[in-house]
Design a binder for this molecule. Structure first.
Ligand code: ATP
Length: 346
């Protein structure tokens, strides 16, 4: 599909909570002053010797936002999370995390305000769920350990599994325990690194439901994932990283930026002279043959669709369907990443 011009990287500011596609229902849990960002990254770069993990990356994440961080293997996602989580020092650039400037002296303060749930749950398998959580709450030196554990277990629907040994839990349940652990300190920013990696569809669905309920409560989530449908479903905005930041925005805006709008028309029999019927209609910019009809590039589907329907009926065509083409976040991702692969192979 044609593209409506060269694609800029849009580093738009994080949206206001009230302007998001779906409302955050419990705004009282939003952390930080209104208008402040949970994460601000400016020209951040990380090199390991000669190897560049990520380069000149800038973006913002608003409080209460679920922010998807996507990119191919080796794109620099985990290194970005480790850097923002103060586990690695950046090579250059600056950032604030939970309102605190990223620098070595602020490491303990930032770590006390965030949580990182790594891809692998990393639980003590011989300990029970409760013992694991008590152990980690003790390491974090948290107060009201019992109350925090109760709340965290309820948040992940595991209130009745506290005495189960972690080694006896399924992978999906262990992931939920890891999520409960990440919630113990009421983090201002929750980093989830591929939370559904290796889970079956049912367990994946359960984790999605949990993330969805955290989103509803206004928890700020930085979600690294390879699952594009997951990102499309859960995230207010997504960023696509491929060493540099390639694109950032709301999923539907990215689709509109990257792809021309188009209509898919299915007809029972092909038109004898499609150009005479479809060419020059108001709002129609071009057409091409598709397997069972035509794909029309249009400026505005709402203007073009009735015109196209009238023209087709006028030409005696039997319309089987007429609908706007729906590009998924996966289409956006593949378009961008394939471009990178082609550029590298040139
Ligand atoms: P994946 O999706 O496969 O987990 P990723 O996007 O998380 O990949 P990173 O793990 O951040 O990518 O890796 C980015 C680059 O940095 C890769 O080239 C990787 O080999 C390199 N890298 C990461 N950690 C180190 C390290 N400790 N020492 C040297 N190079 C590293």
């Amino acid at each position: 599909m044609r593209r409506p011009g060269e694609m800029p990287v849009t580093s738009e500011p994080a949206p206001e909570v009230t302007s998001r596609a779906e409302p955050i229902t419990d705004a009282s849990t939003l952390d930080g002053a209104k208008g402040e960002c949970a994460v601000v990254v400016e020209h951040l770069t990380k090199h390991f010797g000669e190897r560049v993990a990520f380069d000149d990356v800038s973006f913002e994440v608003g409080y209460g936002e679920v922010f998807g961080f996507l990119g191919p293997n080796g794109a620099g996602k985990t290194t970005t999370v480790r850097t923002l989580g103060t586990l690695l020092a950046p090579t250059s650039g600056s950032a604030t995390v939970a309102g605190i400037e990223l620098c070595p002296e602020n490491g303990p303060a930032i770590r006390s305000r965030i949580s990182i749930m790594p891809e692998s749950p990393g639980l003590y398998l011989r300990l029970t769920v409760m013992e694991n959580l008590e152990c980690f709450a003790g390491l974090y030196e948290l107060d009201d350990i019992r109350g925090r554990i109760d709340r965290a277990l309820r948040a992940v629907n595991l209130a009745d599994r506290g005495t189960d040994q972690c080694g006896a839990l399924s992978k999906g349940l262990r992931q939920r325990v890891a999520l409960a652990r990440a919630l113990l300190n009421d983090p201002a920013v929750l980093f989830l690194d591929e939370p559904t990696s290796g889970l079956d569809p049912v367990a994946t669905h359960e984790v999605h439901e949990l993330i969805g309920s955290l989103r509803e409560k206004g928890v700020t989530i930085f979600l690294t994932t390879h699952r594009l449908q997951e990102a499309e479903r859960l995230c207010h905005r997504v960023a696509i990283l491929s060493t540099t930041l390639r694109l950032i925005g709301r999923p539907h805006d990215l689709r509109d930026q990257l792809f021309s709008r188009s209509l898919d028309v299915r007809v029972r029999t092909r038109l004898e002279d499609p150009d005479a019927v479809l060419g020059g209609l108001p709002g129609v910019e071009g057409w091409e043959q598709a397997p069972s009809g035509y794909t029309l590039a249009v400026s505005d589907p709402e203007i073009a669709a009735p015109q196209v329907a009238r023209a087709l009926v006028g030409a005696g065509a039997d319309i089987l369907s007429l609908a706007e083409s729906r590009h998924s976040l996966e289409d956006v991702y593949l378009e961008l990443i394939n471009e990178d692969v082609e550029a590298k192979n040139r």
